[in-house]
Design a protein around this ligand. Sequence first.
Ligand code: NDP
Length: 331
Amino acid sequence: MVYDAKENRYEIMRYRRCGNSGLKLPEISLGLWHNFGGVDCYETGCETVLSAFDAGVCHFDLANNYGPPPGSAEITFGRIMKENLLPYRDEIIISTKAGYGMWPGPYGEWGSRKYLIASLDASLKRLGLDYVDIFYSHRPDPDTPVEETMTALADIVRQGKALYAGISNYSAEQSAKAISVLRSLGVPCLIHQASYSMLNRWIEDGLLDVLEKEGTGCICFSPLAQGLLTGRYLNGAVPAGSRASKGVFLKASSITPELLNKLNALNDIAKEGGRTLSSLAILWILRDKRNTSVLIGASSAVQLKENLSAVSQPPLSAEELEKIEGILCQP
Ligand code: NDP
């Protein structure tokens, strides 16, 4: 059946300007790190992406290594685009990244010009696209001069293979340097992609200040702490098929009784406000205007729908924020 996007797709989602740029991003974006690989069910992934687009989620985030196997999430997304979304290409922001291991030898990872340019060319082939909207340096490289990495990003933008440049996982200090080098090359740093959630608040300690001062946006990844800040584990069990059951990126052993107490206390606040824990976690990130977008993952359209309920709700009240702070500050 030919996909026909919902006409009312922009009515509920809200959009925030990304730093000082001209680009707006949806308050909730969808990432394809998990659930969209060659090992996953294509139909489920396709349904999740199309439900997102129908709800105004017009930003999809990828990286060269997303799968498994590495590269296959880009192939999946390329197929979804080709079969459904190509007529809507101008409504969609697609990002990809390079930084982690993709092929053997000294040019298969990190931040050299050789690696970044070859990797983006391979990503574009897998995606079946002429350009991506945002291309990121996925992690800082301790051995490559930041000038080389940023010059590669700037050249990629000038060549039209990406419309904007971004950085991910750079510290506050590394970000300030990278942003300044990019600016000197005439290409602003659009965005920083950083981990952030109620359980991981490192960006509050300097990075957000740097980004605000420089006019760079911030998109927050793993906002649900990979599923911990949802209803998935609240009763202490690890459901079959959940990320914690796979034990690679989220370990069942990290779900301690202390953490469960905290999650359940947060869930009580969510319930009092008529929300789910995941929507509370998303609205908590959106309380800070410097956070442009919340970059969630979802293994089904049902999970996605629950998470998207956040944008139909009012912002968290001062009273709710205070209660949450009290819980997060407990040891
Ligand atoms: P989240 O913290 O949003 O975790 C998503 C996972 O939580 C889902 O796959 C699902 O796991 C579970 N989940 C989500 N919603 C619900 C729900 N309503 N009920 C129950 N379980 C739910 O984000 P991710 O860690 O997936 O990261 C999001 C994106 O961020 C990535 O796809 C990627 O684009 C980006 N990212 C970037 C990184 C970087 O270095 N730049 C690193 C990591 C992520 P399950 O069903 O499998 O249990």
